[in-house]
Each structure stands twice: as C-alpha cells, then as structure tokens.
Design a protein around this ligand. Sequence first.
Ligand code: CUA
Length: 270
Amino acid sequence: MANPQPWDWNMPKGVSGISQRVYDLHMLGFYVCLGIGAVVFTIMFIAMFRFRKSRGAVAETWAHSTRLETVWTIIPILLLMMLAWPATRLLIDMNDVGDADLTVKVTGFQWRWHYDYVEYEKANTGVAFISSLAAESNRVRQLGSGLDPHSVKDEDYASYLLDVDNPLVLPVGVKIRFVITADDVNHAWWVPTLGWKQDAIPGIVNDAWTQIDEPGTYRGQCAELCGRDHAFMPIVIRALPKAEFEQWLASRKAGAASTAALVTGPGHRG
Ligand code: CUA
C-alpha cells in the first residue's frame, strides 16, 4: 500500500527497489528478534515452572561452563553478522547517488518546500516552484473553523494535512537524485514509501536518491520539529510514466519562461 491506512502496523514495502530492501531488512531483524525472544522466554518459563522450590528443586553448585559460554558467544556473533552484512550493503547502495538522470533540489523553509528541477538528462530545466499545504486542509485546520477534517479528501484518500497545492511530479523508472537543504531552521524530507528520510539543514547539502517503480501518489511530511507549523508542511509526490513526466516538464518550462517575462517571478503563496 502506497499511503498509510488505518491499522497499518508494519512499515510500508514502498515503491522503489531500495524501499523493498529496507522492508526486507526490517523483517529479517524482526524475525531474528522474534526467534531470540521465543528461545529465551521458553527457557525462562521452563526454568521457572519445572525447577521451582515447591517441586523440590535443589540449586546446582557448578558455576562455569566453557562450552556453554562458547555457544552463547558464537551464536550472537553469527546473528549480528547476518544483520550487519545486508545492512551495510544497503547503506552503501542508498548513498550511491551517481548516474542520476534527474536532480531535484529540495529546500525546506518555514513552512513550505521549494522544489527546483536542477537537471534532467544533463540539461537545465529552469523549472522550480513552492509546494504548500493545500487550501482545503488549511481552511479546516484554522482554530474554530468548525469544519470536519474527515471531509478532506483527495480522490478517495482522507488527505487532511497530507495534501499540497503543487505536488512534486517525478518520472517512474528514472534514477532521481535529491539534494536537500534548508533556508532557516532544520527540517527533514520524509516520504515513507521511498524508504528513507533526509535532514534538511541550513548551510549543509545532503543527498539521497530514489527510483520509483510504480506511478502513483505518495505522501509524506516534514519530519523534524521546525516551529509552529511543522505539522502543516506535507509532501506529495505524483509519480508519472516517463513520457507523461516529460510532457509535464515541458509545459512547466513554457510556464516558467512566460513568468520570467513578466518579471514578477514565482511568488510565495499566502
Ligand atoms: Cu519543517 Cu518540520
């Protein structure tokens, strides 16, 4: 499932190869913990019930077993290696932002996101815009608005505080590099279906990448407490097939050119 639904207890599998691997690693860790828990609790309960004083149990007097200590040192080492190996490989792959076909610069500022399509297939695009909380969510959230948050829908999805005016449009099947920073205070750019979260810090440029497998709408939020409206700077990705994305980019380019001619430039929206 691409977007969080009620009673989603597990982390999402996501919509990219990396997010699938993050999910698999998470499940591996979960099952290892489950196995350790089952063994430890079984032994503990057997010891508690079978060897209790009222059943005449007498404590052993020996205190050292080299064989036992070897076993309970080697097994945890093997388990840790089993977890550390795929985790390290995944971290290395997650950091490999090379060979991207699209570079998007993400700038967080109180309390919006600025998206700049820096480069697509080695050409400057000149497309940039600001993405803010959608007007409907904004109306409903006002103190004493009397409006029902459950009434806010984007198609069928209950999108209260999870919708924006200008979504980040991205192509499917293309390696996308994000460079992420901030203008004022720390923010964090987080779309759970991509499998990662990246801090947006003033004066520092972090990077991350994704390659989305399925077209769709993917939602996220600012994930670093950044002030009064921290809860009101959501993220929406619209992932389109490559050809549709290129059409969209071309139409935005034409729009950007005419806006530039008007000298006004893209303005902040209230
Ligand atoms: Cu931006 Cu929290």
